[in-house]
Design a protein around this ligand. Structure first.
Ligand code: FES
Length: 381
């Protein structure tokens, strides 16, 4: 600290007290300091019920312990669900429809587990921990032995004020809740490391690899040689589900697309995360790659919307540069060069979906993507 600084500090106004006992700033020297206002002081401390009534404090203690106990129960249920519920078990929920029961069970129990710890800690702080207002004077950052000793004393006083020593029920229930809470984290960590254990083939195929039945005039599937007649899936607008004509796709326009018939599948959400597509129209002569041009029509091209980094939705299109941007970690794909990565952490181009136009002018996909969609982590196996 310079002498100037020390001098300026020594010229700070001192504090005296007026007749009512309130602190008032006063001047030290002749420098013209601005007028100071009267320090209103701290408001009177209002005691809570538990401060003076041991029965109320014990009631709060039980409520806090109950919330920590609820967290423990939810954590145990998390582990049970993890072990018992099969990966093919489903439940039907409002809005979401049919979803995996395991995901729902793990999500709900983990949420209750965290909520129990959080609410318990808040209730503890509001009803039992000290709520005395304190004033901490400013001091230099230099630390010495006395300061360290003070710190230890403050921590010890804090523990006393939080009543952690006097309330063993809270101490042990909080320890149990936090200790058990580590279990699901550990399970997720251990389960998420190492080679990919899912079905890699599942990632290689999407709904675009399958066809839909052709319906007759009576609304029933047409049959030929005892088998239903099928055709490739049309490109449908997401979310309203209407088919897209080539003539609808004007230069520069962008469509978010799903395969026809996706809502008739057993798990529409699971299908959507693999089969989402972005359809864009650009000037055909801007496309440098011959195969990319051939897999589109008149400059209209379709690409997987699932980012090859970790699977976010690549939904931002910059028309002047022909760049597709993933909002999660800014991976950028160049639409004029087969969606190759020009920036960001993604390692693979976005897979292209070949499109064609049928007799009625609607766009359809003759077959699925030529490579797996989404992140490349499955390659680790
Ligand atoms: S998920 Fe797209 S950049 Fe990370």
């Amino acid at each position: 600290m310079t002498d100037d600084n020390e001098a300026s500090i020594s010229k700070e106004p001192a504090v005296s007290h007026n007749e009512s006992g309130h602190a008032v700033a006063t001047r030290h020297d002749d420098h013209a300091l601005p007028e100071r206002f009267e320090n209103p002081g701290l408001p009177d401390h209002v005691h809570r019920q538990g401060d003076n009534d041991e029965a109320a404090a014990r009631r709060s203690e039980r409520q806090v312990a109950t919330l920590f106990g609820l967290s423990m129960l939810a954590t145990v249920l998390f582990v049970v669900a993890y072990a018992v519920i099969g990966k093919d078990d489903n439940v039907t929920l409002p809005i979401l429809g049919k979803v995996h029961a395991l995901h729902v069970a793990l999500g709900v129990t983990l949420a209750v587990s965290m909520l129990g710890i959080g609410l318990g800690a808040i209730h503890w702080a509001k009803t039992l921990m000290s709520d005395e207002e304190v004033v901490e004077e400013r001091h230099t950052l230099r630390s010495n032995d006395d300061a360290r000793a003070d710190f230890v004393k403050v921590m010890s006083d804090g523990a006393d004020s939080a009543q952690i020593k006097r309330r063993p029920l809270i101490k042990y229930s909080l320890g149990g809740a936090l200790g058990l809470f580590a279990v699901p984290l550990g399970l997720q960590l251990v389960g998420g490391l190492g080679p990919f254990k899912g079905d890699v083939e599942d990632l290689r195929t999407t709904l675009w690899d399958t066809e839909v039945p052709v319906l007759g005039a009576d609304g029933k599937p047409e049959m030929k040689n005892g088998k239903p007649v099928t055709r490739p899936r049309r490109l449908m607008r997401d979310p309203d589900g209407t088919a897209i004509r080539l003539s609808d796709v004007t230069l520069g326009s962008v469509f978010h697309v799903l395969p026809e018939g996706i809502n008739d599948t057993e798990h529409p959400i699971n299908q959507k995360v693999k089969a989402s597509v972005i359809l864009i129209s650009l000037q055909e002569d801007r496309i440098k790659n011959t195969r990319e041009r051939d897999w589109g029509i008149n400059g209209v091209v379709a690409y997987s919307k699932i980012c090859t980094h970790v699977g976010c939705s690549v939904g931002l299109y910059e028309q002047t540069t022909h760049h597709l941007l993933c909002p999660c970690h800014q991976s950028t794909f160049d639409l004029t060069e087969d969606c190759k990565v020009i920036f960001g952490p993604a390692k693979r181009p976005l897979p292209q979906l070949k499109i064609d136009v049928d007799d009625e002018g609607y766009l359809y996909a003759p077959h699925g993507f030529d490579q797996p969609v989404g992140p490349s982590f499955w390659e680790r196996g």
